[in-house]
Design a protein around this ligand. Structure first.
Ligand code: TA6
Length: 300
């Protein structure tokens, strides 16, 4: 599949001051979407949102200074798309978090109006994907910017057999200081601690004081990240998922990850709407499912 040149993309899909293409990561074009409320950048590699800055704000998403931008490698920051598996594949055929985040997607369309700027990307099965996941599928990611950053991931089963998947949006949020932030909206929610395999219940606001890797089952898969250091609240709202994963690698795991700075755990947290841990999605032939994420930052 040959990717059109940057000039061709700008001529066909660009719009001055609103939608622009540049050479980008892992040999794939990057799309900049702009509107009066902010700007974001999205790579065709992995359909990966790399950056998001609402007007009047510092960036909302974290990107590691050691992030690797190479074909076949996941990008450490922004919003990775985990599909068709979240975490490890029990059958050991799929890569960690699936192949969508290390695949080159096709640009479908762009559009804009006075308040909204949008791009739609797609990924369909290939010989390569069928060698690790033997199904026909159509995956579409819609990214649109209004007062919020919005993502919608739609899976259509194009096979003649049912298939089951797990998935997530894996956003990395930028913080001033992890010790000062609180996450609200999870009080009373049961969670699986994937480090100890215990099933526990959240009491009160969530504060991070150690390596954290938890799968929450809140009533509504949404929460608010309060960051007094930056002076803002970031609301994370989703539909189509019953789980919210919270991750911070802390000291040792940070040191163990080559594409992550040793001290960068103090400046990020992942809050991930997910279909996992008993919330896998099974689709009959022709059926579809949509997972959405909306991010709204408010100065406090
Ligand atoms: O979402 C949490 C998690 O599954 C953690 O277990 C940790 O591995 C993290 O994702 C990052 O995964 P990655 O494959 O990007 O290194």
């Amino acid at each position: 599949m040959s990717t059109p040149s940057i000039t061709q993309l700008n001529q066909r899909f660009g719009a001055p001051g609103r939608i622009a293409f540049r050479e980008g990561t892992a040999g794939s074009p990057v799309i900049a979407l702009v509107n009066p409320y902010g700007a974001c950048e999205l790579s065709l590699y992995g359909a990966h949102v790399l950056a998001y800055r609402p007007t009047g704000h510092v960036p909302v998403l974290f990107m590691s200074k050691n992030a690797v931008f190479e074909t076949g490698k996941p990008i450490r920051g922004g919003i990775p798309v985990c599909w068709p598996c979240f975490g490890h594949d029990p059958e050991k055929k799929l890569p960690q978090h699936g192949f969508a985040r290390i695949s080159t997607w096709r640009l479908h369309a762009t559009e804009y109006s006075s308040d909204v700027t949008e791009a739609r990307l797609s990924l369909t099965d290939s010989e390569e994907t069928r060698s690790v996941w033997p199904y026909a599928f159509e995956l579409t990611l819609r990214v649109w910017l209004d007062q919020r950053l919005n993502l919608a991931l739609t899976t259509v089963n194009r096979d003649d057999r049912p298939f089951t998947l797990t998935q997530a949006f894996h956003p990395y949020f930028r913080l001033r200081q992890i010790m000062d932030v609180t996450v609200l909206g999870l009080d009373g929610a049961p969670y699986l601690d994937t480090l100890t395999h215990e099933r526990l219940t959240q009491e009160g606001a969530l504060r991070i004081r150690a390596e954290t890797d938890r799968v929450y089952s809140p009533e509504k898969p949404e929460c608010v990240l309060h960051d007094p250091g930056i002076g803002r609240a970031v609301a994370v709202v989703s539909t189509g998922a019953k789980r919210l994963v919270v991750w911070n690698p802390w000291v040792d795991k940070a040191k163990a990850m080559p594409d992550f700075g040793d001290d960068e755990y103090t400046g990020m947290i992942c809050l991930e709407p997910a279909n996992t841990d008993g919330d896998a999605i099974t689709l009959a032939p022709g059926a579809k499912h949509t997972l959405t994420l909306a991010i709204q930052a408010t100065l406090t």
